[in-house]
Design a protein. Sequence first.
Length: 153
Amino acid sequence: MSRAFVKDLEDTVEELPDRPISPHPNLVTAEGLARIETEVARLQQEHAAAHAANDRAALARVARDLRYWTARRASAQIVPAPNDRSEVHFGATVTIVRDDGRRQTFRIVGEDEADPAHGTVSHVSPLARALFGKQVGDTATVAKSQAEIVEIA
């Protein structure tokens, strides 16, 4: 294989597909919007560094992520923390007791800020959708079992 052919392969950088954008409204908490802003700023710095280093692979990766987060920032709709704690809304912290006795507490947030391992779930998740509009003492079917709402904060 000639060196010229190898050089051509090394210079080829595969175009990365765009990250999919959710079709749901991009509801975010104030904290979620701040995280998006931080991510955009970080990616802008990485993009500049990759450009300066002429790192085409890094440029492709960072440009894709920057397009995603810029679009998410542009479509973000801040939802203020709910004042009404009588029923489950976006931004509420909800404690449920499942029919097997497990007690779980989570906050309902935007899709990009959801992290169930850290106590946050997306507003479009089946769990959040089953609980919206319900009050303390109400039950909902969650993952084929019953869950009672015991606290809304």
